[in-house]
Ligand binder design. Sequence first.
Ligand code: HEM
Length: 191
Amino acid sequence: MQRVDLLIHLFSILLYIFTFIYFFEDLVFFISLQAIIGLLYLIFILLLPFLARKTSLKAFKILLGKRMWLGIYCSLFITTHVIVALGEFYSFDLSLLLFDLSLLAGFVAFLIIAALTLTSNKYSMKVLGTNWKRLHNLVFLALLLILYHSFNLAVYFVKDLIFLILLALSLFVVALKILYYYLPRLKQKKQ
Ligand code: HEM
């Protein structure tokens, strides 16, 4: 195993274990912590191509090749948030999600992220072909849904200034996607 892989595993697993300190102390804080860490992983993963291209830091280029693992840890935090929140607040009654737009947005975002995690491997890329890229572009929709969800439900982190910072970063990520992916393709089609 390469040293970078080891660092990613160590950092993520230790961080995950650390969050469990709050599991018995303050469950709502634990749920929020899992959510915010998952969201930060997600934004970081989406920023990586830009950081690798625009900065001279080699670390970003190396991490770019490790997105699959970062994505798996991102899902681990998010899935923990979803399962514990569903159990604690809604007794696993999924029908309740239908009556609250913010929850529904979170649920749809969760389904997208689960689909992306399950297809983040070479076998799925081969099977899905060009649809793989289309499916993975849904991550930007998931990001916007999460922002809507978290802004309406936040108890601890996603408030005021932090929300604005997350919003700015997310819009930046979406703008980069349009600038470096959709616009060049549109130009190519016109030519
Ligand atoms: C069925 C799916 C989901 C349910 C039932 C759910 C439930 C909740 C609840 C009850 C809260 C308010 C309590 C708290 O802040 O701890 C919350 C906040 C939050 N959720 Fe979710 N969530 C879901 C999906 C997601 C997903 C996929 C994400 C992606 C990262 C996410 C991110 C957040 C964030 C960032 C907050 C605000 C945390 C804070 O600042 O306090 N949620 N969610």
